[in-house]
Design a protein around this ligand. Structure first.
Ligand code: SF4
Ligand code: SF4
Length: 382
């Protein structure tokens, strides 16, 4: 494992972070500790020291799993991150949430405490002021309950810059991968300001894993083992990044990702060039890039918005035109489709009645209605 500095905090973090949002679950949707704990421990044994959870992950049981998993390890060697959403709450509720996090994590302190999915307007309304969450967080920091304050965000780059410029945070977690570079300059700025920079979604929600070995061989240098390998190495080739987070739920995935993050040089110059060429091929994706976050859902008319966009990405990005059309036809006919292990359920793009409810909820500002029209036109044609 390679280690990097978490900004100017003096703390060393593993280049690969363990995202604890996709741990195995039981039938009731809570964490399956018997399966989750060995996974987390395998990651720790392979040198991961940054674990990222959140107050809301897996109905609160992600934090419990992390707390149980870290027990045998020296606490001071670990960098435990969690996240509390502040929308709609003030200092009193914030303290209650912090206490819950500490209890679940079964620890005396949290290393990196994020304001979860922070937006500039939410920060102004609920972060600032005498009764605001920031003052409470700073007090928790002064009392040694929290080492560093951070935020995660899907807000616009301009607003994320404003949050950085407040100087209130020592770290930031943002989405960044080679299909979605819109936060690149913001990450650079945060790094320059001495903040720890953590990247979520380095493998684009797992969808980059869909390339076949054949396609990869055609597109990329032989040292690239798989799409996730490339994705993690690409993120870590950016020296502004402290940690690439990956939501891991199999031993194999952990071992492969650790290998990707353990290279002395994530990508050589030749490899970077090959990836650049690939970017150019993927440029057409830019207008239709959907992260699959699901914030636009549910659609009152039952359209599976991210599912339809995923099908379109297959058509446009991976060049799997026939396959994408067949799956779209299944969606229209049966309300179901599947894409190499991912199932899509809901209505096809053609069922959109253009009510407009989804668009304001999209953090990527995707013109959903217009893009769905295109999906229906392109994939629906004979
Ligand atoms: S605009 Fe279309 S996709 Fe969006 S919520 Fe309305 S019906 Fe659903
Ligand atoms: S359309 Fe926007 S809100 Fe909906 S899943 Fe895609 S990125 Fe998320």
């Amino acid at each position: 494992m390679r280690y990097r500095m978490y900004g100017r905090t003096g703390v060393q973090v593993s280049a690969l972070g363990f995202g604890a949002m996709r741990l195995p679950t039981t039938e009731d949707g809570t964490c399956d500790y018997e399966k989750a704990i060995p996974l987390l421990r395998r990651g720790l044994d392979l040198g991961i020291n940054y674990i990222d959870s959140a107050w809301g992950y897996i109905k609160g049981t992600s934090e419990v799993a992390v707390g149980k998993a870290i027990k045998p390890y020296p606490r001071e060697k670990l960098v435990i991150s969690t996240k509390i959403p502040i929308r709609g709450i003030h200092a009193k509720e914030w303290w209650e949430r912090l206490e819950t996090c500490l209890e679940r994590l079964d620890t005396d302190y949290i290393d990196v405490l994020h304001m979860h999915d922070l937006h500039w307007d939410v920060f102004q309304e609920f972060g600032l002021g005498e009764n605001g969450c920031l003052k409470a967080a700073q007090e928790a920091q002064a009392r040694g309950l929290v080492r560093f304050l951070a935020f995660s965000s899907h807000d616009t780059p301009e607003n994320v810059v404003k949050l950085i410029e407040t100087g209130a945070f020592q770290g930031v977690t943002l989405q960044y991968n080679f299909l979605d570079r819109h936060m690149e300059k913001v990450i650079h700025l945060a790094h320059e300001r001495g903040m720890g920079t953590v990247v979520m979604g380095p493998v684009a929600g797992g969808r980059l894993a869909m390339w076949s070995p054949q396609q990869l061989r055609e597109m990329l240098p032989p040292s690239v083992r798989s799409a996730p390998d490339l994705a993690i190495r690409w993120v870590l080739a950016n020296p502004d990044v402290s940690v690439a987070l990956s939501g891991m739920n199999t031993m194999e995935m952990i071992e492969e990702n650790v290998a990707s993050a353990s290279r002395p040089e994530p990508l050589t110059e030749d490899e970077k060039q090959a990836v650049q060429t690939l970017f150019e091929r993927l440029q057409e994706l830019a207008n239709l890039y959907c992260t699959g976050c699901g914030y636009c859902m549910p659609c009152p008319n039952g359209v599976d918005i991210p599912g339809n966009f995923m099908l379109m990405n297959y058509y446009r990005v991976y060049g799997m035109k026939q396959y994408a059309k067949e799956q779209y036809a299944n969606l229209e006919r049966e309300g179901k489709a599947s894409l190499v292990g991912v199932s899509i359920e809901g209505k096809a793009a053609s069922a959109c009645v253009q009510c407009g409810q989804c668009e304001p909820k999209c953090p990527q500002n995707i013109p959903i209605i217009e893009q769905l029209e295109e999906v229906a036109r392109v994939l629906g044609e004979g």
